[in-house]
Design a protein around this ligand. Structure first.
Ligand SMILES: [Zn+2]
Length: 290
């Protein structure tokens, strides 16, 4: 893995909240961070700062903001917990920082939790409280730091929240590869500027990569000046929540293919629930930066 022009935004504070028995647990980030720290110089790592509430309010309804602030129960997947508010602000702040780094030519990866892509402007759900991707790209567009942003969602689940944010806004192209049928049941067809590539359970590299090529072509045609990747590692063959069959080496290939697009790009961690997550992230970053 090359440390040249790589920046990883992460912190032990990503372990701030914990729901006993929940698959989205602190060690996802903490074990991944410790693993990467053994491979890369300290200069690659940066502590993220919390995003301002104003930037969250620019995307989410006041009801969402207050619910997360109060750390209230939302649903069984998204039960709230002590520390979730601070962790959500840090995760969104980290996302914005990685997006800003990407505009400076840095390959920036936000290794944080909670994930964000299921959170719609009006509803937290699916382990997601604030939509970090939406908060980040909205800030860049509002401040005219970017004109056209593509969001490439490679989590095994459809990013219904990010799609809801992007739909009908010409500054954005949302493109997703995901399992169908699967949670949350959306993303079965394309609409307007939101292009979906639903793939059946059991999808392995032979089906996955040709679909990814097609999706990449749509992004190239859009000619974005920035690409945000919502990277879920729950497409892995051993993931406990999903039924795709990608292998460890496939994440190297995904990283390399994204790099070949030659678009300024940042990556946010979304899902990925197997204990091999640190190695999957290592392979992805190696492909992206080599
Ligand atoms: Zn997922």
């Amino acid at each position: 893995m090359s440390a040249n022009k790589l920046k990883i935004l992460s912190t032990e504070k990503a372990g701030l909240y914990k729901v006993p028995g929940h698959p989205e647990h602190p060690m996802r980030v903490l074990a991944s961070l410790r693993h990467l720290q053994t491979l890369l110089p300290a200069s690659v790592f940066e502590e993220p700062a919390a995003v301002s509430l104003e930037k969250v309010r620019a995307v989410h309804s006041e009801l969402i903001v207050q619910t997360v602030q109060n750390e209230s129960y939302i649903d069984p997947d998204t039960p709230g917990a002590k520390g979730i508010y601070q962790a959500s602000l840090l995760s969104a702040g980290s996302a914005l920082r990685t997006a800003e780094e990407a505009l400076q030519g840095i390959s920036a990866f936000s290794l944080m939790r909670p994930p964000g892509h299921h959170a719609t402007p009006g509803q937290s759900m699916g382990f997601c409280y604030f939509n970090s991707m939406a908060v980040a790209v909205n800030d860049l567009i509002q401040n005219q730091k970017a004109k056209k942003i593509a969001i490439f969602d490679l989590d095994c689940h459809h990013g219904n929240g990010t799609e809801a944010f992007c739909l009908g806004k010409p500054e954005y192209l949302y493109v997703s590869l995901h399992q169908a049928p699967a949670y949350p049941g959306t993303g079965l067809s394309s609409r307007d500027n939101c292009l979906n590539f639903p793939l059946p359970p059991g999808t392995k590299e032979g089906v996955y990569f040709p679909a990814m090529e097609k999706a990449m072509e749509k992004i190239r045609i859009f000619k974005p000046d920035l690409m945000g990747v919502s990277m879920g590692f729950d497409t892995y063959e051993r993931d406990p929540l999903t039924q795709f069959g990608l292998k460890q080496a496939d994440y190297f290939r995904i990283g390399k293919m994204l790099k070949s697009m030659n678009i300024p790009m940042f990556t946010l961690l979304e899902g990925g629930y197997d204990r091999d997550l640190p190695v999957l992230i290592e392979n992805y970053l190696t492909g992206w930066t080599s």
